[in-house]
Design a protein around this ligand. Structure first.
Ligand code: FE2
Length: 497
């Protein structure tokens, strides 16, 4: 096993730099990117869509947590070595109403309150669909996702909001759809979008959906488990959907009384196991396998091999719980757990799980070749901290060879802060790491954002292109690359000047 490490520095980041990426971006832009270092590969054609909280305040009223910020979708359309940037807020009903009122009208799940204290917030259980978590393109629809409500459909070229979308009747008004659907590249034939919804309380019901390439439902089935469930992501193999029921409980009283947001009422119980829910995609009954207590937001991948099911996940020792009394900008990174990449190997016959650590340094936001989804794979790309130990913001990109354990790292420290990387295959490539990794990152030196493009087979060499945006995009969440160009016609000579 070999490791390519970034150069050591005395301090990987300054807190002020990190905080400066959490500023509202109320403006909406459309332009050709002209400040480019290096060269955008001409083979790289398509559109990067990315979602995340765009407002960290509503007309001067700060959100309590970035996850409560209204969804701001960016697109960067790439063709012939040129790039066109656009960003638009998702025009949710709540966004429009609050912008008109110029103040918060809704409580945020992560603790944002309406002005007026507990009396103004108590027993107001309305949810604000903020459409800020992910954006996917399926069956000719671009969908902005938030896991507790229905998707919003956007125009992929203009990013105009077209309205709520119920997935061809799959979900009903008032229903929800995960922010983390998975695209099965076609293990059983044609590609499928696999998604789920969760209804939780004293018991929880998970409904698994599969959509064909036209967006029509192929199957749906529900499974009920005891207890509260906080399930943000899942993993798929050709035959299974795998969920982790984190060992958390929900004490709703402070939420009901208007004292806290719902997510601030979740607490981790280290005495309880994490339950791995293995749901057969054919609708058969699920199997539950206990493992050591841990908390998972995101899974990297899963696959079936030698009669076992393997899941690679970003695991935390405990829920990185929200301290309701503090400002998220004052977070002490040393006091919250760091995510590590763990591998769970399930013996479905024995009903057991074995666990080993694949990456022990702080990681989040995994990505891999789309054709490797759900099958044995070798190469994983993931955001990581600059330092090998401890918890810190993501400032580097790590490539892991899961066969050898070798890693490559490119670090943007001390003044660069990573977003979610996305792997884009090179057309007609035969190697599953032959392509590019795209990251929309925050450059504190310029107080603006950069789109960096790295070669998948040479991560440690650093970016082959850096597109310097003339403004910042606040730290975001998830996105997708669509191999279709959704930009305007090619730049003219006049536009170049
Ligand atoms: Fe997520």
């Amino acid at each position: 096993m070999t490791t390519t490490q970034p150069r050591p520095t005395a301090a990987s980041f300054s807190v002020d730099d990190w905080r400066s990426g959490y500023r509202s971006q109320p403006n909406e832009y459309s332009y050709w990117v002209t400040d480019i270092e290096g060269t955008i590969p001409t083979e790289l054609e398509g559109t990067l869509f990315r979602n995340g909280p765009g407002l960290l305040d509503i007309h001067g009223h700060p959100v309590k947590h970035p996850f409560d910020g209204d969804g701001l979708v960016c697109s960067i359309a790439l063709r012939n070595g040129q790039a066109y940037f656009r960003n638009r807020f998702v025009r949710t009903a709540a966004y429009l109403a609050e912008q008109q009122a110029q103040k918060p009208l809704y409580r945020g799940v992560f603790g944002t309150q309406k002005p007026g204290g507990p009396l103004a917030n108590a027993f107001d259980l309305k949810l604000k669909n903020i459409a800020n978590t992910h954006i996917v393109y399926w069956a000719d629809k671009l969908l902005a996702l938030w896991e507790a409500a229905a998707p919003h459909r956007l125009d992929p070229t203009t990013l105009d909001t077209l309205g709520l979308d119920y997935l061809n009747g799959l979900i009903s008004p008032g229903g929800s759809f995960t922010a983390h659907p998975r695209i099965d590249p076609g293990h059983h034939g044609d590609p499928r979008l696999v998604g789920f919804s969760v209804k939780t309380g004293l018991s929880s019901t998970i409904t698994l959906y599969e959509l064909d390439a036209d967006g029509n439902a192929l199957s749906q089935h529900s499974h009920t488990i005891p207890g509260f469930a906080f399930i943000h992501d899942f993993a798929i193999t050709p035959n299974y959907a795998i969920f982790f029921q984190n060992p958390v409980s929900f004490g709703p009283l402070p939420f009901l009384l208007g004292l806290k947001g719902a997510a601030e009422c979740i607490s981790f119980d280290p005495k309880q196991p994490t339950k791995i829910l293995v749901v057969p995609r054919n609708g058969d009954p699920m199997q539950v396998i206990d493992t050591d207590p841990c908390f998972v937001f995101h899974h990297a991948n899963a696959f079936e091999q030698d009669g076992r099911v393997v899941i690679d996940s970003v695991c935390y020792d405990s829920f990185p719980s929200l301290d309701g009394s503090s400002d998220f900008l004052e977070v002490d990174f040393d006091r919250i757990p760091a995510g590590q990449l763990w591998r769970f190997t399930l013996d479905l016959t024995a009903g057991t799980a074995t666990v080993n650590t694949l990456v022990s340094r702080c990681v989040e936001f995994p990505t891999l070749h789309p054709d490797a989804m759900g099958r044995p794979y070798r190469h994983l790309f993931i955001g990581t901290a600059h330092g090998a130990a401890g918890n810190a913001p993501l400032q580097a990109l790590l490539k892991l060879d899961t066969h050898t354990g070798d890693t490559q790292i490119w670090s943007a420290a001390p003044r660069g802060f990573m977003g979610e990387p996305l792997f884009v295959p090179r057309p007609q490539a035969t190697e599953l790491d032959d392509g590019w990794v795209l990251v929309l990152m925050y450059n504190a030196e310029r107080q603006c954002s950069d789109l960096v493009i790295l070669a998948g087979q040479a991560i440690a060499a650093g970016p082959i292109a850096r597109l310097k945006l003339p403004h910042h995009v606040p730290y975001g969440l998830h996105g997708s690359f669509v191999p279709h160009y959704f930009g305007p016609e090619a730049r003219t000579t006049a536009a170049l000047s």
